[in-house]
Structure formats: C-alpha cells, structure tokens
Ligand binder design. Structure first.
Ligand code: NI
Length: 260
C-alpha cells in the first residue's frame, strides 16, 4: 500500500471531515501516514492523532517559519515527547528564506535548525528537512553536522524537494531520502522530473504535504493522501516502470527510513 510520508491532518482545513478522511484512506490504498508537526502546538496535535489512529505516526518539530514559538523549555518538551512510542522523526525542521529575507531571522533559523538536528541525534531519530530558497546554507549545515556525527547512517529526508538533480545526489550521498509530492505532476515541474530521472527509486519517498500541494488534476484544491496515486503514476512514467513497483519500493523506503 501507499506510504504517505508527510501530511498535516491537524490543519484546520480538515476540521469538518478529518475523521472521515482518515478512516477512508485504507480502502483508497493508503496504508500508513506520518503526520508532521511544524510548531509546538501542531506537534502536540500530531501526538493526539497518532494516539487515536493505529496507522498514523507522528513527527514532532518546529518549521523555520515558526521558530518564534521555540525556546529552551520547548526544546526539552520536544525531547521528552520524542520517546513517545509513535514518534518516528523530528520534523519538519530546516531553513526557509522564501518567506524570511532578514539576515537576523535567517540566522535564528540556522541556529534552531542546528539545535533540532542535535536533538534528533540525541534521541536517535531521523529528521524531516524543509528547505526553501536556502540550498547552499542547508547543504553547508548538514555537511558540518555529518562531519561532527559520522555515525549517523540514515539521517532522514529532504521533503518537498525543489533543488537540482546534482544537489539531490549530494543529499543522497549523505544518506538522505528525497521527498516527492504533487509538484512532480505540474506541467512546469521540469527540474523535479529531471531529479526523479537522475536518482534511484530506492531513495524516493512519496508525500502530499496535505492540505497543500495537490497534484494535477486537483491542483489548487485541498490535498489529501488518496491523491498520491497521481504522484506514484507520474514517477512510474518517468522511470518507465509500473505504478505497483513505485508503490512497493517507496513503501519499503519509508518503512526503512522511519524504522517501522
Ligand atoms: Ni509540510
């Protein structure tokens, strides 16, 4: 079955029908969901969802655009929650220079990214990295991090991947998976299509980032995990293999990365 590696079902756009949507996923071919936190508040909600639904797991962490909610106390809370039986990753964490252009804010993003990488290391969990318009700094920080911690073999995923194929190879060399979502189905997705072509299927995870990033032909609508077959089919056509092969391999990849 399809493994949804990145969803935000705590989002208010699911307030009306969250339970119905989640309960319908299995019959629509989606077997497992990792619900990803982006703030302290949403991380708490991820834990609640993981407690409620067998097939839902949680990632907890603070997104670069939400770092105002982080402090030493919250970091301790995150570390404590990391031992919850259904927490499978620290994320999403990273850098987003698209929304934040100010150097002071970008420095704070780098600091908290580093602190959360260290946290993931301490609790021995993979990370889910969000990186937008910040390719060089992300690469630089991760290189420095892995030099300091050469024992990390499977560090995590670069989610909603948007950089070059060359850079994807660099991330893969460091042990990362590449998260591919709805964007790959867009007509103007040339760079991501090239990346999918260039990297082995064994390093690809499928994700929605729902409610965002709905694939064609649902672009602009609320995204849901049962639109993932569009992503799977597109990857299959790029690779010249069957959707079933993509589904099976990416599920295996996700289980490996999240250690399930
Ligand atoms: Ni996300």
């Amino acid at each position: 079955m399809i493994f949804e590696t990145h969803a935000h079902y705590e989002d208010s756009r699911f307030s009306e029908d969250r339970d119905i949507v989640l309960k319908s996923l299995a019959e629509k071919g989606v077997g497992t969901v990792v619900n990803v936190g982006s703030s302290i508040e949403t991380s708490e909600k991820c834990l609640e969802l993981a407690d409620t639904y067998d097939f839902v797991y949680a990632a907890i962490g603070v997104h670069p655009s939400d770092i105002e909610c982080l402090n030493e106390e919250n970091l301790v809370w995150l570390k404590q929650q990391a031992s919850h039986r259904k927490v499978v990753a620290i994320g999403e964490i990273g850098l987003d220079y698209y929304w934040d252009k100010e150097e002071k804010v970008q420095q704070a993003q780098r600091d908290w990214f580093w602190r959360q990488l260290e946290l993931a290391y301490e609790v021995n969990l993979p990370v889910i990295i969000h990186s937008r318009d910040a390719a060089e700094d992300t690469m630089e920080i991760l290189k420095r991090f892995h030099q300091q911690h050469p024992d990390v073999i499977s560090p995590g995923v670069v989610h909603c991947y948007s950089y070059s194929p060359e850079m994807a190879r660099e991330f893969i060399k460091m042990g990362y998976y590449i998260g591919v979502g709805g964007v790959v189905t867009f007509k103007n997705a040339k760079k991501l299509v090239k990346t999918v072509e260039a990297i082995p299927l064994e390093r690809i995870l499928v994700e929605t980032d729902c409610p965002y990033m709905a694939p064609d032909p649902h672009r602009g609508e609320r995204n849901v995990s049962y639109y993932l077959p569009y992503v799977v089919e597109k990857i299959a056509s790029i690779k010249g293999i069957s959707p079933k092969e993509v589904e099976t391999q990416t599920e295996l990849n996700a289980k490996r990365m999240y250690r399930l």
